[in-house]
Write a protein that binds this ligand. Structure first.
Ligand code: NAD
Length: 483
């Protein structure tokens, strides 16, 4: 269907793809061409409330929470199969929406499919606890679905972070209203269409598009019929959502911003460390919460490391995100985001630091940028830029590196590069972060806790951690022995 001459993507409510109740739409801009490529239904409070009502009805009276783990697992695998069949369409949707290189969008689709399969299987394989009591009683736990889950996701991994929330919610028998980011809505609608095709009952997976404040996003967080809010996005938004959710005592799970420290000791395998230091900040043009945006390199290897790092950054193939040869996109996600990232290249934000390589690119792009000599209190060091800008700092001792790494209000992740096993354990143990990678980056086990400390989040998701959030654990206590 075409609206205003462009392909139309609607909300998915009760298994129907629908426009907004008031007919409102928003243009979807391809940041590489800087032109509209699709028209999106723009929802407001009425649309969000309608989606929640559909999810509520499906949870209270529909088959989904009652059909059991095995049937849900089968339907989720059917959805995953269809997503694999439509991988090209899904990947291109994210690339057109936010300028992500197509090879990386394909990687995201693969990971999204894995999210769905993993959580479907994980829920089916989960066991409760049996707690024999000395008193002649016996207690056991049951993990019951929480109800209606509102999932609010950001634009940097549109499908992958959406499925990271939607999949555990569904697997545990909840019904869902998913609001994707306004800049990257289309892969969600495509997935919603596929869920209908897979045979999901009406009202189980609802998708509502729109903005956050005073719009569909805020309405979801205010609705008393929502039982859980799982949010990924900016720390400031997470704080607003927590305040709103408190009125209904709705539990929230928050995955927020980061300013990851990447510590390279002078005994590190240099090729490996340079490879991951490049990935850590230039993958997805640094629009990654986990980005290793603060690089700390020990003095003994600083010069050689920086020489290789600069060469590797300059060698990244920059270009059209639709071209499979492109490693680094010639477009940040939106004009607004381009303005934000470029503001960090100005004198005030650099605070005396200098740009070793990089700077502004064509259109809405910033080249792979390395900053050196910035003082620890410069904005470019302190604030989340969420773009392809890394700040390199030299250090002498282990204690100094740990102190600098921990000097942040964020605490999502950190990386340590060393061939010394004792040091790897010692330093990992002292870093204030939800995840520490040693001699690698971005490697995930979906059973592991994922989340951050400080301004990087609240709670953990993944494996049993998602189960704790997406269910109401119940204790049943039985008298066994009356003797
Ligand atoms: P954002 O907070 O602006 O928006 C995220 C989502 O929240 C969008 O869907 C938006 O419409 C919605 N929203 C905005 N205001 C809202 C409100 N008042 N009520 C309800 N919903 C609202 O974030 P963004 O710019 O889309 O994403 C970038 C941020 O996300 C960065 O800070 C990044 O670090 C963070 N992030 C964190 C993780 C993680 O796992 N910790 C992963 C990816 C991104």
């Amino acid at each position: 269907m075409q609206v205003d001459g462009f392909e139309f993507f609607g909300h998915i409510i009760n298994n129907e793809e629908v426009p907004s109740l008031d007919g409102d739409t928003m243009p979807d801009i391809d940041p590489y061409t800087r032109e509209q490529w699709a028209t999106i239904a723009c929802g407001g409070k009425a649309d969000a409330d309608l989606a929640v009502a559909a999810a509520r009805e499906a949870f209270d009276h529909g088959p989904w929470p009652r059909m059991g783990f095995e049937k849900r697992q089968q339907l989720m695998h059917r959805l995953a199969d269809l997503m694999e069949e439509h991988a090209d369409e899904l990947a291109m949707a994210d690339t057109l929406d936010m300028g992500k290189p197509i090879t990386q969008s394909h990687h995201d689709v693969t990971r999204s499919v894995l999210n769905i399969r993993f959580f479907a299987d994980h829920a089916r394989m989960s066991t409760g606890e049996a707690l024999p009591m000395d008193s002649g009683h016996h207690a056991y736990t049951v993990y019951e679905p929480a109800g209606v889950v509102a999932a609010i996701s950001p634009w940097n991994f549109p499908l992958m972070l959406g499925t990271w929330k939607v999949a555990p919610a569904l697997a545990w028998g909840n019904t869902v209203v998913w609001k994707p980011a306004e800049d990257t809505p289309t892969s969600a609608t495509i997935m919603g269409r596929l869920a209908v095709e897979a045979g999901f009952p009406p009202g189980v997976l609802n998708i509502v598009h729109g903005y956050g404040p005073d719009s569909a996003g805020a309405a979801l967080t205010q609705n008393p019929d929502v039982d859980r809010i799982t949010f990924t996005g900016e720390s400031s938004t997470g704080k607003i959502i927590t305040g709103v959710a408190a009125h209904n005592l709705t539990p929230v799970s928050l995955e927020l911003g980061g300013k990851g420290a990447n510590i390279v000791f002078d005994d590190a395998d240099l090729d490996n460390a340079v490879h991951w230091a490049i990935e850590a900040i230039f993958r997805n043009a640094g629009q990654v919460c986990l980005a290793g945006s603060r690089l700390y390199v020990q003095r003994g290897i600083y010069e050689e490391f920086m020489r290789r790092y600069k060469i590797a950054a300059e060698a990244l193939v920059m270009g059209d995100p639709k071209d499979p040869a492109t490693q680094f996109s010639s477009a940040l996600a939106s004009q607004e985001h381009f303005a934000k990232v470029s503001s960090y290249l100005g004198t005030e934000a650099l605070g005396g630091g200098r740009i070793l390589t990089g700077g502004l690119g064509e259109g809405w792009s910033v080249k792979p940028t390395i900053v050196t000599d910035a003082p620890g209190d410069a904005r470019v060091v302190k604030e989340e830029i969420f773009g392809p800008v890394t700040v390199a700092t030299v250090f002498d001792t282990e204690d100094e590196a740990i102190a600098m790494a921990n000097d942040t209000r964020y605490g999502l992740n950190a990386m340590v590069f060393t061939e010394n096993l004792s040091r790897a354990h010692r330093v990992s143990g002292q870093l204030k972060a939800g995840t520490v990678w040693t001699n690698c980056f971005f490697i995930r086990d979906l059973r592991a806790p994922f989340g951050g400390v400080g301004d990087s989040g609240l709670g953990r998701e993944g494996g049993n951690f998602s189960r704790e959030f997406m269910t109401e654990p119940k204790a049943v206590v039985m008298q066994i022995d009356r003797g």
